[in-house]
Design a protein around this ligand. Structure first.
Ligand SMILES: *Cc1c(COP(=O)(O)O)cnc(C)c1O
Length: 393
């Protein structure tokens, strides 16, 4: 059993490139060249250097003493919240901007929902002096004003999308249309392990630096590179893919993804794709997704904008189906409490997304001798208004 992508771009029955013919040339170019570029000496050199000097890697593996006491078990936090721009997202956009340059592209497009991926893309475009166009649902442009302003200050053009529900799905459709019309000079930076092959694999490779560091940090700190389990939140699944990557074949390590239950998996206001979804094709990939009886995508809901996605990367659909990884979900209410607990036990205000992984600690039996690593995907600055509204400080 392999958990890696096969030559045709599939993880078991999931994945592939279910693209319109008009996009074939763009995807084919990337598919043929991406591995050669990634494994080249110059790419590795530039990527490693930027991760170190610009992003601030390696991110620390922090032993959370008071949280460990609280749970009566050893808990480590992988501090992706300390990266430049405050989350794991930059690992991927740094990789992809270098990829775009090696492919000779001069114009970058991206889609964004909450604005976090748009921001990470606008950041690397400023870093490299490339033109940047970000598609964003008109409703999201209104809801995420601070991120829109940051993207503009970074020099990106933000295009509001007025079709459909005016949210992420519609922005993605518009970005794909742009790419079809600009196949020669443009690279499309996708923000998670989703979309057509080779994107899920390419993004997972860029994010795999998380588990690569985790192994050597655990070895140095506990003399065992294998923890009992790894917990990570799952929207599209990129921070989880990065945290799981180098442990996929270490069957002794329990891998647990945590989805957003929203107001509850038995309400219609949820984003727990694996729990309530079924197989289908979304954004050119066969995967699990939330859909109605007619196969129309249903609008997801979560308190955290970054997990508010109606699908999941094909790698996770396969890890779920094969049983290699387990997927739990946490409700908005559980997540807020978990965020408050971390804040007051460790002095770290987590992103709402990351607090889903923390909330799942309450659903597990943690033994005193066990070691759990929680991938802390991002910091909570962007979520302060939600926290303040809820806790009433
Ligand atoms: C975007 C985001 C996520 C969700 O994306 P994945 O691809 O599932 O990792 C999680 N945490 C933070 C902090 C984010 O910004």
């Amino acid at each position: 059993m392999t958990y890696q992508v096969d030559k045709k771009g599939y993880y078991g029955e999931f994945g592939g490139a279910w693209i319109p013919e008009m996009m074939y040339a763009n995807i084919e170019e990337l598919k043929v060249k991406y591995l050669g570029i990634i494994h080249s000496y110059t790419f590795q050199n530039e990527f490693t250097q930027l991760l170190k000097d610009y992003v601030g890697r390696p991110s620390p593996l922090y032993y959370a003493t008071r949280l460990s006491e609280h749970y009566g078990s050893h808990i480590y936090l992988k501090r992706e919240d300390l990266n430049h721009t405050g989350s794991h997202k930059l690992n991927n956009t740094i990789g992809q901007i270098l990829m775009a340059q090696k492919l000779g592209k001069t114009r970058i497009i991206a889609e964004t929902g909450a604005g976090q991926h748009g921001l990470a893309t606008a950041t690397v475009c400023a870093l490299k002096g490339l033109k940047c166009v970000v598609y964003m649902g008109a409703l999201d442009v209104g809801r995420q004003a601070p991120n829109v302003k940051k993207m503009k200050m970074l020099g990106a053009e933000v295009i509001p999308v007025h079709s459909g529900n005016k949210t992420l799905k519609d922005a993605t459709n518009e970005a794909m249309r742009d790419w079809i019309n600009n196949p020669v000079d443009t690279h499309y930076i996708i923000g998670s392990v989703v979309g057509p092959h080779p994107y899920p694999d390419m993004v997972a490779i860029f994010q795999s630096v998380i588990s690569k560091e985790m192994k050597s940090q655990l070895k140095a700190q506990t003399s065992n590179e294998l923890p009992t389990r790894i917990l990570a939140c799952v929207g599209g699944g990129s921070n989880a893919a990065g945290a799981f990557y180098h442990y996929l074949d270490d069957q002794a390590v329990e891998l647990i993804g945590v989805e957003a239950a929203g107001k509850g998996i038995d309400t219609h206001e949820t984003a727990a794709t694996l729990t309530v979804g079924s197989p289908g094709v979304l954004h050119a990939s066969k995967t699990m997704l939330m859909q109605n009886a007619d196969g129309q995508i249903t609008e997801p809901y979560s308190i955290s904008a970054g997990l508010d996605y109606p699908g999941i990367g094909p790698m996770h659909a396969h890890l779920f189906k094969s049983g290699r990884a387990k997927y739990l979900s946490a409700t908005d209410e559980e997540v807020l409490q978990a965020a408050l607990l971390l804040t007051q036990k460790e002095g770290i205000i987590p992103a709402l997304e990351s607090a889903h992984a923390l909330a799942a600690l309450n659903q597990l039996t943690l033994l005193p001798e066990e070691t759990t690593v929680v991938n802390l995907s991002g910091r909570g600055d962007k979520d302060m208004q939600t926290y303040l509204d809820h806790f009433g400080y």
